[in-house]
Design a protein around this ligand. Structure first.
Ligand code: C2E
Ligand code: MG
Ligand code: MG
Ligand code: MG
Length: 284
């Protein structure tokens, strides 16, 4: 009986594995095709000064509009794109397209905004990443000081090898931000060595900052750490006025989240810029 059962379990297990890897293969093939056929587009989430309510920039977030499956969230396809290496061409497209868009907004005479782009460590590891970055900056005409690359903390934590690359990037004038900060177990001495400009407080600490003492203390510690070593700090996942209040009290002046705006398509982001501009006029 025992034998029978374990054999059964094994078969079920095996079947599940097969289904999973089949799904993965299908998704990978679709991803490859999607990149070729440009089924991707970008949304931009406003970054705001929490005290003055001014728009200071935007984060580009990639979206996949599959012809049959509809919109697929990055949480689903980014990990696969990273494992398969497809993040390299996809990430390059995101960088070029967002820089082109930001440069166009810059030329239209909008107040200077900074563009944040998420970069996978797989991209950083490509031997020609910095060359590609230089080319994109040159081609699009974006002021490199208006560009910031976001790299997730968890991958940087055991990646000393990326330090020279980060240094080269900063020499171009481009800024580096550590995304999801507080979740990646970086040691504090390591942070000191990293050539970076900004810490981005992970949304898990912001979500309950107004009700949970631990989250509140962690957010506060990150803000103080950033300031004491000369880094900027920004909070993500701001959904409530209480979040704004707590973060401002602790000295964090930049943030983004649904409270201000969800990520927006190009046209909607342009409307947002106009509204912000007009409301700042009416205040004067
Ligand atoms: P992230 O870079 O930490 O981006 C923040 C995520 O939080 C985004 O999810 C955004 O839509 C969401 N968000 C923003 N405000 C709020 C809020 O107030 N409440 C809540 N609950 N969520 C909020 P999204 O767009 O689904 O992206 C998820 C992750 O996928 C990103 O996390 C980033 O790691 C990755 N990703 C997105 N676009 C790209 C890309 O072009 N390249 C790479 N390598 N990764 C990307
Ligand atoms: Mg990000
Ligand atoms: Mg994040
Ligand atoms: Mg995140």
């Amino acid at each position: 009986y025992v034998k029978e059962r374990s054999k059964n379990d094994y078969m079920i297990f095996n079947q599940q594995m097969e289904d999973q890897s089949l799904e993965r293969q299908l998704l990978e093939t679709a991803l490859r095709k999607g990149i070729k056929e440009e089924q991707f587009y970008l949304e931009y989430q406003p970054k705001v000064n929490l005290t003055s309510n001014e728009l200071v920039g935007m984060e580009a977030l990639v979206r996949w509009n599959h012809p049959e499956l509809g919109i697929i969230s990055p949480g689903k396809f980014i990990p696969l794109a990273e494992e398969s290496g497809l993040i390299v061409p996809l990430g390059e497209w995101v960088l070029r397209e967002s820089c082109r868009q930001a440069s166009q907004w810059q030329e239209k005479g909008n107040s200077p905004l900074s563009l944040s782009v998420n970069i996978s460590v797989r991209q950083l590891e490509e031997f020609d990443f910095v060359d590609k970055l230089k080319t994109i900056i040159k081609e699009t005409g974006l002021d490199p000081k208006r560009l910031e690359l976001e790299i997730t903390e968890s991958v940087l934590a055991d990646m000393k090898s990326t330090i020279p690359i980060l240094k080269e990037i900063r020499k171009l004038g481009v800024q580096i931000s550590i995304d999801d900060f507080g979740t990646g177990y970086s040691s504090l001495s390591y942070i000191k060595e990293l050539p970076i400009d900004t810490l981005k407080i992970d949304q898990s600490f912001v979500r309950d900052i107004h009700t949970n003492k631990e989250s509140k203390e962690i957010a506060k510690a990150i803000i103080n750490l950033a300031h004491s070593i000369g880094l900027n700090v920004i909070a993500e996942g701001i959904e409530l006025e209480e979040h704004v209040d707590e973060l401002s009290k602790d000295g964090c002046i930049l943030g983004q989240g649904f409270y201000y705006s969800k990520p927006l398509k190009v046209g909607a982001f342009e409307d947002f810029m106009t509204d912000m501009h007009e409301s700042s006029y009416s205040l004067n």
